[in-house]
Design a protein around this ligand. Sequence first.
Ligand code: HEM
Length: 486
Amino acid sequence: MPAAPLLSTRASLLEYAHPCDTLMELAEEYGPIFNTDILGLMQIVTTSPKHIQRVLATDFDNFEKGKTFQETMSSVLGVGVFNSDGEMWKFHRTMTRPFFSRDRISHFDLFDNHAQTVVAKMKGRFQMGVTVDFQDLIQRFTLDSATEFLFGKSVESLSGILPYPPSTPFGLQSHEKTQPEVFADAFLSALEVLHERGDEAWIWPLYEMFEDKTAAPMSIVNQFIQPIVDEAVKQRNEEKHGVREADDAQRDTLLGHLVRETNDPNVLKDEILNILIAGRDTTGGTLSVLVYFLCTNPLVCIRLREEVINSVGPVCRPTFEDIKGMKYLRAVINETMRLYPAVPVNIRTSIKETTFPSDDPEEKDIYVPAGTPVPYSVFIMHRRKDLWGPDAEQFDPLRFIDERHHRITKNPWIFLPFNAGPRICLGQQFAYNEMSFIIIRLLQAFEGFELDENMGGKFSPKLTLTIYASGGIWIKAKEAGEIEEV
Ligand code: HEM
């Protein structure tokens, strides 16, 4: 197995953790698998579909998230589904899974009010002649949709004042933040600390010897979540003792479903928070990058809009059946997640010693000792030219439709934005529905999108647990029908 140079300083760790540069260079130089030594800890980094299949599916029982990962994440994620292994993970997964039934995740009224607000806010700003940070806006949309789905009550972050572009006179003005904005900021700060800890590897506790850096933001997050959880537990107890009638609307939320499985407020809080992270940042990040691609690929945008108008019309609310039939829309979403998978790098740790098959049939199997961390990067795997062809770096949704699609049908393990195997994303269908819905609503309202000139045609991807654009994605758009009216 080729050995990459030791990555043992914080600076190189920082670069290493950034999915878009050093890791990519290492993969190019050393091939789809390489070992690295982070501060004395051997790990095997892989971008090979065969190994990822082993880790996630065929040898699932031998690979866990592991103690180091859990300890790093626990001050934010607790023991929720994202951050547990073994029986605790099974408990969370079994408890949560039935909620994600097809019926429930196809309730599009959940998204529509928030989608209408997004469109209205964008129109308002464009009429003032200023651009909008689409990432900020869409994170509010996914936060409001996720909290409504989880608690039955949206935090209404869309009701706050949107930021103005830094280049305008308004851009420097600050406004008093609303409660949902304070919550969202605190949430992001806590996630950033988790990312820093990942960069610092196993010595992160040294940097936090005197202070748990997640404590302050998590106290704000908890002040928001705890009363909602406590109220749900109280309500459920009253129902059980016949003091109040069962509340159907409450029962139809994830929290309402979970309180029927357990009344432990800590388990409930952890699970809700895990799913909030899972459900908000992933879809928000993907939608932001997707709209960036629509700005920079106007022909894709025209074709996608044609599909939207032909399938749903200019104003009707899209249905589940409409979305199912929209092949190009699905291809645009998939191509976005191929180039920018929301979770670009992930990790598992081997429990017992094992081997990985070599990608080269001439070479011996690769020995994986017990307790070896195995980071795997779908970000790099999705860009490997030997798997995706010489145009792997280009944004081209048609690769999910034309003959190139056979690459994926022949080997589905080359495309894993949602992971795979027993820990596959629980919200995959919800995410496709939510993302499709809002894109359709946007393309009904606007004819096309353009980047703010100040973005210089580019965005800077950054990583917390998921990918996001540093500095935002500032855009403008033309309202539908504007041309005809002129
Ligand atoms: C573009 C959208 C999304 C992407 C790309 C995505 C991707 C992923 C990935 C890669 C994992 C595996 C994480 C790991 O093993 O460490 C995961 C797990 C999970 N996702 Fe998603 N996700 C998305 C949206 C959602 C949504 C909207 C929800 C819920 C509302 C959700 C719920 C979950 C849950 C509960 C898990 C944990 C599964 C387990 O460990 O058993 N995801 N997701």
